[in-house]
Every structure is written in C-alpha cells, then in structure tokens.
Design a protein around this ligand. Structure first.
Ligand code: ADP
Length: 636
C-alpha cells in the first residue's frame, strides 16, 4: 500500500505544481486593478459609455470631476470600455439656438447601437439627457452626476436612472469666511451670466438672507471679467471675494479651466473663497467644499453596478454635503489667518516645508562646521594668547640674560675701563700740580695757566665720557629702536675695548666704511654684539698665545646692507664646532658660559639682520654681522 501511495504521489507532483502555479497566478492577478485588466484581456464584453458634458470638456468644476470619474472607471471596470464624450455647448448661451440638430446628430450616431450607460455631468447635461432620452437612447440606463439636488428634474426620473447629487450650502460657505476673517464687512461675489450662473446667483441671494445684516454683498454678475479684475484690485479693506462660477461672463466671453480664477488671484487685493475643490489649490483660501473624490467614487460605483446588471432604481444616494474644511497654507500666510482660528477638524494643505525640513542635513552639516570652526578659532585664540604671554616672558628672560652678558663683558673690560679712567685722572692731577706751582711765581704766565686749565677740562670730559659709556652699556633699558649710524656705534664699542687690547698686546684696528651706514636699532644691544665679538676675538688670540696678535674691525656697505666684519689672527674655529658656535651654552672655554654668541645672534635677528662665522684662509676666525640699511639719516 505504501508503494502504491508513493507512486500516486509521484504521479500527482506535476499536477500539484501546476495547480500551485495557477493559484499563485490567480492570486497575483486578482490584486485590485489587476483583476479587471486580466478580465478585460480574457475578452470581456465591450461596454460603451457615453459622457455628456455641460459647457464643454474643460469647464471647471465639472472637468475635474469628469477626469477623476473616467480614470476611476477605467481602473475599476472589468470590461473593456469605449468612452465617448460630447459637450452640450448650448448651456453657455442665454438664448440657445435650436438643439434639434445636435439631437439629430446624436440620434444618428447611436441609432440601433445604444450606449450601455449614459453619464451626464452637471445640471444642463442632466436636463438634456432626461429631455431627449426617448428619442436618443430609450433603454439606456443613466447616471446623472455632479448635479445640485435642487436642479434635478425629479418628475422625469425613471427606474433606469441613478442620481449622484450634491448640496450647495452657501450659508456654510459664507459663515466660513466670517469664521476665519471675522472682520469681513463685504463680500464681492464673482458669478457669470449664463442661465445656470444666473440661477445660482438668485439662489445665493435668497439663501444668504439671514446674513444680510452682518455682511454687505456686491454682485459682479453683470460685469465683464476684465471689469471684475479691475475692481478686485482696489477693494476696500475687510472685503472678501467669493468665487461662484465663471463659465461665461456678462460680455459673453467663455472662461475654461481655472485661467480666469488664476488671473483674479494675481490681481485681487482680497482673499478668494470657493466651495468647490476643483478651484482649490493655488487661488482660494479654502473652507468646507465639495470633494471630487466622494462624488466620483459614488458615480463610478453606480456605473459599475449598473453595467454589471443591477437595477438602477436600487441604487440610491443622499445628496453629497460639503466635506470637512480644508485650507491652503500659503493663502493662510498671505492673509494672516492663524491656524488656531480655523474650525475644528480642518485640514491644512500645501504647507511649504521650512528651511529646517527642506535642508535638515545641510543645516546640520553647516552648524557642525560652524561649531568645529568656532572651536578651532577659540583654540587658536587661546593658543595665541598663551604664545603672546610666553613671548613676553621670553623677552624678559632674554633681556635679563643679555644684561647679565653685558655685565660679564664689562667685567672683562675692567682693565680697559680702569685704564681709560686712570689716564685722564692722572693727567688732571699732574696738570693741577703744575698750575699750582705756576701760580706761586711772582708773575705767573696766565696764558699758560689757562692752557693747563683747558687740558684739565678736556681730561675731565674724557673721564666722564668713559663713565657715560659704561653706564649706557650697563643700564637696564627696554628694547628701544632708534636711528643709528653704525660707524659711530662700532667706534664707541672699540673705545671701551681698546685698553684691554693694549693690555693684552693685541693690535685692535678699525676701518670704518667710507659712507654713512644708517640703520635702525637699539644702540646698547648693537654695542653688546660688537663687544662680544671683539672680546671673543681677543680671547682666541690670548688663549692660543699667538705670535701675530691682531683684531681687525671693519664696517662696509654691501648693497642695501651694512656689514661689520671682525677678524682675528687666532686659531680659528674647529670645523666640527662651526655649526654649533651660535648654540646656547656651547663653549670651549674652561670658564665660559657659552651664551655670548647665542645672545648676539638673537639681538641681530631681532634687528632683521644675519650673523655668520667662518675661518679665514690665512688662519683666524671671521664673524660677519649684516643689518639692513634704512633711508633715514643718522640721529635719534
Ligand atoms: P663663551 O665665550 O662663553 O665660550 P660664546 O658664545 O661667546 O661663549 O662663544 C662660544 C664659543 O665659540 C667659544 O667657546 C669658542 O669656542 C667659539 N668662538 C667664539 N669666537 C671665536 C673666535 N673668534 N675664534 C675661535 N673660536 C671662537
């Protein structure tokens, strides 16, 4: 038995698979919309649908209802459809010409082949199909749609008709204006001049009686649309415009689509209200209004049921009321209507996204970049402040170090200074003694005494000058830039060192430049550099106990630079040390500190100059200082 079962199951596999596929196919095909398409492809019976428009195909509000009905009908119909459309142009005119030729035309079209269903759009089309049905298509079922309930000719309704009517509640529409703009005093009603529009104007007038004490009404029914535009541009404050209908104006001009409404919106200085969704979305403020969806849904539902064989008289609808109020956000903004002043349950459409909503990521990115930048900037500012503090500190330390270095240089020059002072003081003493002796004589040579006194004065000045120089080198002053003549500055420094050179039996020579060397600098610091270099040069000669004992200082002009050259006949600098001599604390002297050259280089660089050390081919070292020449003449 188990063997037979397995054979059966093997044999039934292909069938089961085929069934599964079919099931899946049906499931996929039966999704809404697909089902109808499949049915149509399977060759359902063709259904002929006649649509009759009231004013023309493109007249709002009807055109928008028709568009929606056709699209929905196509989507829902299980049968292939042949939709034929005609427009009842006579509805436009106050004194319509004979309808007979149009009726004859339709009669000849549908003779012997009646449409399966007739859809009339709007009241004029409903009237027409009711009036001529017996002649044109006596047995065809009809759906009279997009028609206001008070315009239905009930006496002519048959069992073959379905009515999809709407109810215009003008009081509700006008109360909406007062609700959102309570200061409104006047409403200008835009309405055309065709028979249907005249009918509606009378209806609106009648219905609005209860609001008469509260609102003034202006009726534009007897104006050309161009005139309406002019008036709408200069309406007094607290006026609103009510867009009734504008198919044909008083000048007989027809207005298709929403061109007229858009033109009015462009010029009007007051908000526009309407009770029809087809006019909503760009021009009107909004409020309670007829919804396209609700009417087209009911119409299509009725049509499908009738085409499917259901008795039209079984399909009954109550007149469709206004849908829940909807408002155009852009118009609310324009007329400063607060969202909180809208009736409860209102929906706000066409809201423009905020900058945040549209560019959320960009905004976040920019904010992040700004934050990072702000962080970096504050970090840099903090760093800069710290650097400034550090710079001030380092300048102070340097000034102290430089000062200490000057003391040490002066220390080395003590002999020289003592000598410089001793000489004039000794001369003063000798001269004073000589003068005293001469004055003791019976007839002293007063001219000679005068001469001696002049010498004493000169020696005193010389001694004072030495002290002045010494004080100027030792004084602790802030960095002070002045106009200097470099030849003079060098000469003064040499003056301080000359006696030391003498004492050490070194020939200290100075060859100043033939031209003036105007520079800008701190005189004390520039002298310090020169003294350091001269002392180092003398140290080198003394240490090595050289035979040829010369330190030659020269200044010269090289282009736009002033140069000081200090050469000696010492042993020179060891090749390995050449790169290090300017490093702080580099010294080859047993009691050296190794800061003289480092300080000198720092001073020169602070004066925008350069400093270099090299060995001379004939032996000895050469230090070169270069400082920029300035245009100014010397003198502070
Ligand atoms: P210090 O004189 O205390 O050693 P410096 O910074 O003035 O410090 O000099 C650093 C070193 O550079 C010296 O120790 C010496 O070795 C070298 N030096 C400087 N000037 C000369 C020179 N004219 N000849 C040879 N060596 C020199």
């Amino acid at each position: 038995m188990s063997g037979r079962m397995s054979t059966d199951s093997v044999r039934s596999w292909p069938a089961a698979a085929a069934l599964l596929c079919l099931g899946l196919f049906v499931a996929v095909c039966m999704s809404p919309g697909r089902a109808n398409a499949v049915e149509r492809q399977l060759g359902g019976e063709l259904k002929r649908v006649l649509i009759l428009h009231s004013f023309g195909r493109e007249f709002r509000p009807w055109s928008e209802y028709t568009r929606s009905i056709k699209a929905e009908l196509e989507r829902q119909s299980p049968w292939p459809l042949d939709v034929q459309e005609h427009a009842l142009l006579t509805a436009r005119f106050n004194s319509p010409g004979p309808e007979a030729p149009f009726v004859d035309y339709l009669a000849s079209l549908y003779q012997g082949a009646f449409p399966d269903i007739v859809l009339s759009i709007g009241a004029p089309a409903a009237r027409f199909v009711q009036r001529y049905r017996s002649k044109l298509f006596p047995d065809a079922p009809m759906v009279l749609t997009v028609v206001e309930q008070r315009l239905i000719n009930r006496s002519d309704l048959t069992d073959n008709d379905v009515v999809v009517s709407v109810r215009n509640d003008f009081v509700a529409a006008f109360r909406n204006i007062l609700h959102v703009l309570p200061k409104t005093k006047t409403v200008a009603v835009v309405v055309g001049a065709s028979p249907l529009e005249t009918f509606w104007m009378d209806e609106v007038k009648r219905e609005l009686k209860p609001l008469e004490g509260r609102l003034d009404f202006i009726w534009y029914s007897d104006l050309s649309f161009e005139e309406i535009l002019k008036r709408a541009a200069v309406l007094p404050p607290h006026t609103a415009l009510f867009w009734g209908l504008m198919s044909v104006d008083a000048a007989g001009i027809v207005h298709e689509g929403d061109i007229a409404l858009r033109r009015l919106h462009a010029v009007a200085n007051a908000p526009i209200f309407s009770y029809q969704e087809p006019f909503f979305g760009g021009s009107t403020v909004g409020g309670p209004m007829h919804s396209i969806n609700e009417t087209s849904e009911k119409t299509v539902n009725a049509a499908i049921r009738v085409l499917g064989g259901e008795k039209p008289s079984n399909i009954k609808y109550e007149p469709i009321e206004f849908a829940a109020p909807r408002y155009d956000w852009r118009e609310l903004q324009r007329w400063s209507i607060s969202e909180s002043d809208l009736p409860p349950g209102s929906e706000i459409m066409f809201r423009e996204p905020t900058l945040w909503q549209s560019y959320r990521w960009q905004v976040l990115l920019i904010a992040a970049i700004i934050l990072v930048q702000a962080g970096l900037i504050s970090g840099l500012l903090h760093e800069r402040q710290r650097r400034q503090v550090a710079e001030v500190e380092s300048r102070q330390r340097f000034a102290e170090l430089a000062h200490a270095n000057r003391y040490s240089a002066v220390g080395e020059l003590t002999t020289s200074i003592a000598h410089e002072l001793n000489q004039p003081l000794g001369s003063i003493l000798t001269n004073t003694e000589t003068a005293e002796l001469m004055l003791k004589a019976a007839s002293p040579d007063l001219d000679e005494v005068r001469q001696i006194l002049a010498d004493i004065r000169r020696d005193d000045q010389r001694a004072s000058e030495v002290i002045r120089r010494l004080r100027s080198v030792l004084k602790k002053t802030p960095f002070e830039i002045r106009n200097l003549e470099l030849n003079d500055t060098v000469r003064e420094a040499i003056g301080l060192a000359a006696a030391v050179a003498d004492g050490r039996r070194i020939a200290l020579s100075y060859v100043p430049a033939v031209t003036e060397l105007p520079i800008k600098g701190d005189p004390v610091q520039v002298q310090q550099v020169i003294l350091n270099l001269i002392i180092n040069a003398m140290d080198a000669i003394s240490d090595a106990d050289m035979k040829k004992r010369e330190v030659s200082v020269a200044t010269l002009r090289a282009g736009n630079q002033a140069e000081i050259r200090i050469a000696d006949t010492g042993p020179g600098i060891a090749a390995d040390d050449l790169a290090n001599v300017f490093n702080p604390f580099f010294t080859t002297k047993p009691e050296g500190m190794g800061i003289g050259l480092a300080i000198a280089k720092t001073i020169v660089e602070a004066h925008y100059g350069t400093m270099a050390a090299e060995n001379l081919p004939a032996g000895g070292a050469l230090f070169t200082v270069r400082l920029p020449i300035v245009r100014q003449r010397t003198g502070s």
